[in-house]
Design a protein around this ligand. Structure first.
Ligand code: PLP
Length: 368
């Protein structure tokens, strides 16, 4: 019997590998695998979403316009420079569909977010992944990878899974040296967690009218990952094209209500950032004290490499992962990024992180 034939580029998409988030039976689970906020969202946001549920029979009335206004006010931009979506993943898919097609190319750095590859493949285009230099995007190499077919350059800043930050001066240089007709898409999902000097999300480049689009999300610092909502900042002509791609109804009304309330609750955001950044510093110091070498982090996670005699030690990473899991602590192996000697650990509460450090210390004693 004949079956509908999907386009070949869809057939070759790798099936999504769901993370194993289970703990052994009877063991308390500490889930640190998905870079979510460890703390609950703003009570005002939860209340607004709950209230909106009472009207679940209705579409959100001009919800995206209300959210655009709220984001524009909070970012001091015009609503015409804001595009709202059901999370950054939807934004990445739609931007890619809008600007890339068969025969086109896009460039990203080796550890750019994995979903870029999926979006580019769905568009039938080709993605060039440029090796990084010391687990940081190599801006010169990215510029050298641009060809006449390049239409989009993707940059995650700060990076996932590396947690490294590219300074504003380097991002500005990247923009300056790219052709004006190439869209620079900066995924700044973790922007709120940056404490290092010299960072800027890229919104200044978008504000200045260059072809730069900066993706932000309510999933991380705002603690609304389950509600699937985000925004982007870009020049009005790019936003105009993009806003034609998602009509009006991809964002759920409770999500819109929660996002607007969360933006207004600045005190809650500040408290969550302070707690996360304090737990991050504590974790990096504590892991370093017991002989690990976690990478510096400007995000709400740390990348932890395992080495023996200066060489990558994937078996140690796998052993530590299994040891943590036996104790109910779920972190993320990095095989998908070809960093099998690393584990990525989301920053949880201080007591979660104390459990991680104690467990890794136990693994180390047993392994050596
Ligand atoms: N971009 C990066 C770099 C991420 O790490 C993630 C989630 O982990 C996302 C985007 C997903 O964002 P959203 O939840 O808004 O789709």
């Amino acid at each position: 019997m004949a079956r509908p034939a999907p386009r070949p580029n869809f057939l070759s998409l790798a099936p999504y590998a769901h993370a194993d988030l289970t703990a052994p039976p009877g063991v308390r689970r500490i889930q640190l695998a998905q870079n979510e906020l460890a703390l609950p969202a703003s009570p005002a946001a939860i209340e607004a979403a709950t209230r909106a549920l009472a009207d679940a029979n209705l579409y959100a009335e001009n919800g995206e316009l209300r959210l655009m206004d709220a984001v524009a006010a909070s970012e001091r931009l015009e609503p015409s420079q804001i595009w709202c979506t059901a999370g950054s993943m939807e934004a990445i898919r739609l931007v890619t569909a809008a600007y890339l097609g068969p025969g086109d190319e896009a460039v990203t750095s080796a550890y750019g977010y994995l979903f870029f590859a999926t979006a580019v493949q769905m568009a039938g285009a080709a993605l060039v992944r440029v090796p990084e230099c010391g687990l940081r995007p190599d801006i010169d190499a990215m510029l050298a990878a641009v060809t006449p077919a390049t239409r989009i350059v993707y940059l995650v800043n700060p990076g996932n899974p590396t947690a490294a930050m590219v300074p504003a001066s380097e991002v500005e240089r990247l923009r300056r040296e790219l052709r004006d007709d190439i869209l620079l898409l900066i995924d700044a999902a973790y922007a709120d967690f940056v404490t290092a000097h010299g960072y800027e999300s890229g919104a200044a480049l978008a504000r200045a009218g260059t072809a730069t689009l900066v993706l932000r999300t309510f999933s991380k610092a705002h603690g609304l990952a389950g509600l699937r909502i985000g925004w982007a900042v870009g020049p009005a002509d790019v936003v105009d094209v993009l806003s034609r791609t998602n009509a009006q109804f991809t964002m759920a009304a409770p999500s819109i209500a929660a996002a607007i309330a969360s933006l207004a609750d600045r005190g809650h955001l500040a408290a969550c950032l302070e707690a996360t950044i304090a737990a991050r510093s504590w974790t990096i110091d504590a892991l370093t004290r017991i002989g690990f070498a976690p990478l510096p982090s400007e995000t709400n996670f740390v990348l932890l490499p395992f080495e023996r005699d200066g060489e990558p030690a994937p078996d140690d990473a796998a052993g530590a992962y299994a040891h943590l899991k036996r104790e109910g602590i779920i972190v993320r192996p990095m095989r998908a990024y070809a960093l099998d000697h690393c584990l990525r650990i989301t920053i949880g509460t201080r007591s979660d992180m104390e459990a991680v450090v104690a467990s890794l210390a136990g693994w180390r004693r047993a392994a050596n």
